[in-house]
Ligand binder design. Sequence first.
Ligand code: G3P
Length: 225
Amino acid sequence: MSQIFLDSANLQEIEEALGWGVLSGLTTNPSLMSKEEEPFEFLVKKICSLMGENPVSVEVLDTKAEGMVEEARHLAAQAPNVVIKIPMGVEGLKAVSRLNRKEEKIPCNVTLVFSVNQALLAAHAGAAYVSPFIGRLDDIGWDGVALVKEIVEVFSRQKITETKIIAASIRHPRHVHEVAAAGAHIATVPFRVLKQMAGHPLTDMGLERFLSDWGRARQEEGIRP
Ligand code: G3P
């Protein structure tokens, strides 16, 4: 079954979405973190503790492999469920392969993936997750869901099973069901989209009609609803 992660660093959103019982993990990024008032490390620890044993991706800010590895080690020490988000690129690949050495094995999520080749390289470097950004591809007139389909196919033909595909940069509910149909392991969904997924105008209208029919019948019987 494909999993739903929340793409957020907002504690209210996280607590609310956790209450729905549908989340299997969470992703953040520096843009999301920058919107919150809490200090960075407090937020990382708090989010990780709220998420229990589920993975929480937190991104490094250094742009050189050495710095990324140091930052990753520091972040990984904050909580056992931290996954290190590393931007795609040569420096990122070096960092992932170092963090993946068997004496350390810190799980990494390679982010800002826009091609099958980037996803392949991330998998070969030992990434636990790759994150193709589908909305940003759609924004420039490409097809984000098609990229996810291609990565799923190539990983399947190449028998790459250790690297999970997280469809990221989700903009609307249709993206979520399309990447699930394409075989993505995970969709990381902003809270706004998660709420849209739960609703449908016909559900609201249907419920309204059920309740009014019930109320009318009870009134006719002379019993207050
Ligand atoms: O977390 C990374 C990704 O989901 C960002 O999405 O909407 O900024 O393209 P967006």
